[in-house]
Design a protein around this ligand. Sequence first.
Ligand code: HEM
Ligand code: HEM
Length: 530
Amino acid sequence: MTTATPQRPTLTSKASNYLDERTSISTMVSMLGRKIFPDHWSFMLGEVALYSFVVILLSGTFLTFFFEPSMAEVHYEGSYVPLKGIEMSAAYASALDISFDIRGGLLMRQIHHWAALLFVAAIGLHMLRVFFTGAFRKPRELNWVIGFILFILAMAEGFTGYSLPDDLLSGNGLAIINGMIKGIPIVGTWISYLLFGGHFPGHDIVPRLFVLHIMLLPAILIVMIGLHMVLMVVNKHTQFAGPGRTNDNVVGVPVMPMFAAKAGSFFFIVFGVIALISATFTINPIWNYGPYDPSPVSAGTQPDWYIGFADGALRLAPGLESEILGLTLSWNILLPMAVLGLFIVLVMFYPFIEAWITGDKREHHIAERPRNNPTRTAIGAAGVWFYAIMWAAASSDLIATHFHLNVFQVTWALQAMLVLGPFLVFWLTKRIAIGLQKKDREILLHGYESGNIRRLPGGAYIEVHEPVGEYESWRLKSFEAYEPVMVRPNEQGRITAGVRARAALTRWFFEDRIAPVTRGELEAAKHDDH
Ligand code: HEM
Ligand code: HEM
């Protein structure tokens, strides 16, 4: 008989015991390790956002070592010959040094910039995925709001970063912001004075934006992303319908080891793709633009893609001004600011607005197929259209020059598309979604059309339908019934205007609703097919 010799503790086990005895971290690690993640390609978008943020942090830290956030005037003496001896700010000179005289500097600038572009794109698509699958419904409304704040913070990070190198483009961007601020009646001029430390452009804006860009905003972003992830774990992830997947379970792979291995490798893929793009495609060649000078106005320039919608909104606003009590009201600035503000508030609080309209207080853990909620999908499509037109309008001059059109006509066409387009897109999307629902109903009840026509002994012709597979049938059947809210008098027995408005909205939301297939209908269909 042999006795097992006790194994000597290894250095790692000793270290982990030491840590665990002092922090009880093992409980958390094992809980998190057992967490289940469902699998669907669209859940990758949030991950891309997360990993590109890590790339931004790494490259941004590198840039901070060499960037000089100062608007003190210097004469450029670096190795880029065309700008030699030119007067510029220390910030612009240091960004040129990073590009030409610091080893790996240009690649890092490009990695930082490309990662920022990808970051905001991934967030935008992630947000659309969450919206169109209804993943923002109870209990995830708060995480939607946190996510939306992240989106705003990301745009603020992008704008402040873009303004740091103090080249002609970043200066033009700041000039637009200055104009917008000054357009606010009464307080505008004062706010501009405070922000720029005197007359625009002043000498303070770059160091101020630098503090925001590398310290305050990233710190808030990191905390909010942490909160976003904690809430995601607490609420559990939604999953698409399938055999064995219910509102009360999550089917997928555990974090340890499968998901962690997958996520780890995916991080390196995202990093690799960003590095490859950055090594091969120029972004923001500031040496071509020259230092900022308020007098030259460059034509055909574009902001980073995610700021385009704000620029476009300004271009589409009618050039109206009125004077009240000696105050000039610039509607060309106030109107787009009000419309954008309203748009942002509506998107941010959409989960609460929809829940109020539908009166739905249930928890939802199954991601909805966009067609199964035609009104929401149509609202989303109309919103995307509205955003896309404002975004396209940021290039109205380029559209005109490229297609040899009159820039005024391009603006009028875009204005019409901005105002009328959302209604058309809403109607069209809703009809398509309802059409798809009807098709799903048909498939579920009678199977797929096979195109195979048979003649029966009695002479009649029938088309043979192929039965739906088990997985497909789960997908088609997973359709939650929604009911419009009933109008009820309040405690005083009165029907208030609020109740009436809610009733009208709920009717509108559920208009042309397709009811889910019932068990009775399925049985009857089976019987018919026999
Ligand atoms: C810095 C930006 C963001 C990062 C890094 C991020 C990251 C993530 C990740 C990794 C997930 C889990 C995987 C997935 O579902 O894709 C997730 C889920 C989620 N995110 Fe974000 N997100 C960000 C912004 C947003 C925005 C802008 C919104 C909405 C306005 C949002 C709303 C949500 C919601 C509701 C979930 C839970 C989804 C579910 O359970 O199906 N997030 N986020
Ligand atoms: C979501 C977060 C961030 C976004 C979207 C972002 C975006 C940008 C952009 C677009 C630029 C202009 C780059 C160029 O010159 O072509 C920039 C510059 C810069 N960023 Fe960031 N950034 C972020 C976070 C950070 C962080 C966390 C740091 C520091 C740790 C940082 C440090 C810098 C520095 C020093 C510059 C100026 C250098 C230069 O322009 O060459 N950034 N950022």
